[in-house]
Design a protein around this ligand. Structure first.
Ligand SMILES: [Zn+2]
Length: 390
């Protein structure tokens, strides 16, 4: 189910999304669920226990992908959510379960992520409808072309009886694999700062300018990049990356007159993240001053960390132990629908090991034993929720 033959690319409200809906809806109906597609294209299936229920839990993940994606990012969480419904039926679960296949998480088509979960969380700003994709089609037009009505987006907001959201997702990193573990409970989705720094010195001849008379912007940036790496290595849980650099004039025989570097820095504690950013900016100022350069900083993103709900996360960790697994807790370095949903209701997240730590790539994988482990955890977790609810 792809826009492109031979590889998986499935963007928001593109034709293959209809096939995904059809397949998932068949499975949902087989589980006795009622199915509908909301106004932003989220596929939603509701299972009600025979006695009825005054509250529901929400489960799900996204079904859109990045270009040339793997087969598990998002989709695994949706199919597993349906297995959770099957488990709930086995244990006489007292709450209703709504499974949501979010229509948009990756932000590929419109450069704006989480369109699906924003709507469910009641945080879909009407201005989003005017954003255009590469073909000039607006979000509103895409919604209409899919046979939906953008005027009804507010109706997509989770009902007041929704008391929890749980997302199962592949880790997309190497931690569980390195530790030989199948699953982990996510404690928080890390906060993120993105900024770009411009070191400005003076471009000059690489042969005639003696070393002590240079104002080399690229050498200054290099010194700072090493400082970024050193600080991150020495700060628990901090990841900091300079993944982008532009030197001008970018010629082999010219001392660089300016260097622009992009920093991506993430941590689960906002105070640690802020302190790290401040320390690195001070360091950049000091490097620039010592070398006779000027420094400009442009802050592009300051996104706070989103903690998962403690009680639900503890239930997950207890369920992991009860099922015979280590109660590993970890932060998520990537954003997820759970991050958006957490603003609306108590939210928890379960990670499955990513073999090779690979994601957003066709080699992305998931192991059967880890899927099985996650379902053992799911059963214990649902049993625990059932005792709480009775
Ligand atoms: Zn994902």
């Amino acid at each position: 189910m792809s826009e492109e033959p031979g590889r998986i690319t499935r963007r928001f409200l593109t034709p293959p999304m209809r096939d995904v809906h059809a397949l998932l809806a068949t499975r949902m109906k087989a589980l006795g669920m009622t199915v509908h597609v909301d106004a932003v294209g989220n596929l939603r299936g509701l299972w009600q226990p025979a006695k009825g229920a005054s509250r529901r839990i929400l489960l799900g993940s996204h079904v859109d992908t990045v270009p040339d994606a793997g087969a598990f990012d998002g989709v695994l969480g949706v199919t597993l959510a349906l297995e959770w419904v099957a488990l709930a039926q086995e244990i006489d679960f007292p709450l209703a379960i709504e499974v949501i296949a979010f229509s948009e998480e990756e932000g590929v088509r419109f450069g704006m992520p989480f369109l699906g979960s924003r709507a469910v969380a009641g945080r879909f700003d009407a201005s989003l409808l005017a954003i255009r994709d590469a073909e000039g089609i607006t979000v509103e037009e895409a919604i209409r072309a899919f046979g939906l009505d953008s005027a009804r987006i507010e109706e997509a907001t989770a009902d007041a009886d929704a008391c929890a959201f749980v997302e199962v997702h592949i880790e997309q990193g190497p931690v569980l694999e390195a530790e030989g573990l199948s699953v982990a409970a996510v404690t928080a989705i890390v906060g993120q700062t993105r900024l770009s720094l411009i070191f400005t010195g003076h471009a000059n001849h690489a042969g005639t300018t003696p070393m002590h008379l240079r104002r080399d912007a690229l050498a200054a940036a290099a010194e700072w990049i090493v400082a970024v790496e050193t600080l991150a290595k020495n700060t628990d849980g901090l990841v900091a990356t300079v993944g982008k650099i532009e030197a001008a004039p970018n010629a082999g025989n010219v001392v660089a007159g300016s260097a622009t570097v992009g920093l991506d820095l993430r941590h689960a504690q906002d105070s640690t993240r802020t302190a790290a950013v401040n320390a690195l900016l001070e360091r950049a100022e000091a490097i620039a001053e010592r070398r006779g350069l000027t420094l400009t900083c442009r802050r592009q993103m300051d996104q706070p960390a989103v903690p998962m709900e403690e009680r639900l996360t503890a239930f997950l960790a207890e369920a992991m132990e009860a099922a015979g697994f280590a109660a590993r807790r970890m932060t998520s370095g990537a954003g997820h629908d759970a991050m958006v949903m957490a603003a609306r209701m108590p939210t928890a997240m379960l990670f499955l090991r990513s073999p090779g730590g690979v994601s957003h790539h066709p080699d992305e994988a998931a192991r059967e034993e880890d899927v099985e482990a996650s379902l053992h955890v799911a059963r214990r977790f649902l049993e625990r929720l059932a005792t709480e609810a009775h």
